[in-house]
Design a protein around this ligand. Structure first.
Ligand SMILES: [Zn+2]
Ligand SMILES: [Zn+2]
Length: 374
């Protein structure tokens, strides 16, 4: 419980303060980069500060609601040791938390799944019907990278009250819509976009105004990401390999959620950018070269497999040859399927809350189909 909602902390891999809420090495607020930041003297990093009280209130409501609905962990104490505890008069399964003895009835059927070895996460921009045309949600999708099933899907719409500092504000200027064809140039372009932001975690992805008088709110994507990964961390505390699309605040959210593991150097975290022309190709991947990119001068590896290319960036420590095995293939397969679903292609007709629910139900449908074919 203590570290579950920690959001203001050092987020540097290799720093002994990684994920710690308190350290004598911290000073804040620090404005040397032009925004309020936490300065960690041990590693010299300046992660942007959040309003942690507002985050805690909102995130704990969301986590409890998720637990009530899914039954994956306790809505009161977030522990995972749950037993079946009879049925309620309507015949649905009740469960009890072994830790705090809370009893509740999850709204979804409990289907235990094997924990993933690798977690792969991508963002997806999805239209919804809001105050005017062209409103969009920032959606995060996480997969078991090996088995391919969806493990969690969330959007930056929230039905829960959220403090002002957590809300997304569109300033009318998005990031480049022209995606470079060359994969190395594309990585470079993304890094340049991170630098153009008012702060690294402040993405401007498009307008997201709800209908007048609609309840709920639209959150900054970085806030949605922190919550998204805390759900996954509570469900899968031991997953040690994390693959994320090239987005710097996804790195921060993953490393903070599993900070205990990363602080003890037991986890690996990768950015992956892929150009897959032939999904059936089975020849081995070959390392074609290395380059350093962006503000952090991270090392990227370029891998090739026939006409397929991928760029991978290791943000922690792992053997170089591991780069051959990390992939976002699970997400490509799901997105291809998703784009064939009428509920998805018509998302612009539905409210933000409805779109979020539709996506979750499509993910359950996809998982069910996948379990039939495996
Ligand atoms: Zn540090
Ligand atoms: Zn409990």
């Amino acid at each position: 419980m203590s570290s579950l909602f920690t959001i203001n902390c050092c987020k540097s891999f290799g720093c002994h303060n990684l994920g710690l809420a308190r350290s004598p090495d911290y000073t804040w607020p620090d404005y040397r980069l032009g925004y309020a930041a936490l300065h960690c003297r041990a590693c010299g990093s300046n992660p942007p500060l959040f309003n942690d009280a507002e985050f805690r209130i909102w995130a704990s409501a969301g986590l409890s609601d998720y637990a009530k609905e899914s039954g994956h962990f306790c809505p009161a104490c977030y522990q995972k040791e749950i037993i079946r505890y009879g049925h309620n008069p309507g015949g649905t399964q009740r469960v009890q938390c072994l830790h705090c003895k809370k009893v509740w009835t999850p709204r979804q059927q409990l289907t235990p799944i094997d924990p993933p070895e690798q977690l792969a996460t991508i963002p997806l921009i999805v239209p919804f019907q809001g105050a005017s045309a062209d409103q969009q949600l920032y959606v995060l999708l996480s997969f078991d990278a090996i088995r391919g099933n969806v493990l969690h899907i969330s959007s930056n719409f929230t039905p829960h009250p959220a403090g002002d500092s957590l809300l997304y504000r569109w300033h009318g200027m998005g990031e480049s819509a022209d995606i470079h064809n060359d994969i190395i140039q594309r990585v470079n372009q993304r890094e340049t976009e991170f630098l153009r932001r008012s702060q690294f975690d402040e993405i401007q992805y498009g307008s997201a105004a709800l209908k007048r008088n609609a309840s709920g709110a639209v959150l900054r994507p970085v806030i949605a990401a922190h919550s998204h990964f805390r759900v996954l961390k509570t469900r899968f505390p031991e997953v040690a390999e994390h693959i994320v699309a090239h987005e710097c605040f996804l790195r921060g959210a993953v490393i903070t959620a599993w900070a205990d593991l990363f602080r003890h150097r037991r986890g690996a975290l990768w950015f992956v950018e892929e150009d897959i022309k032939d999904t059936a190709c089975s020849t081995p991947w070959q390392l074609l070269g290395k380059t350093h990119q962006g503000w952090w001068q991270n090392q990227w590896q370029l891998w090739g497999q026939s006409d397929n290319r991928k760029m991978v960036c290791l943000l922690t420590k792992a053997p170089l040859e591991k780069g051959a095995t990390v992939t976002l293939a699970a997400s490509h397969r799901f997105i291809t399927w998703l784009k064939e679903q009428p509920e998805f292609t018509h998302s612009a007709l539905f409210s933000a809350g409805r779109v979020t629910k539709i996506l979750a139900s499509l993910a359950r449908k996809y998982n069910a189909l996948l379990s039939l074919t495996s």
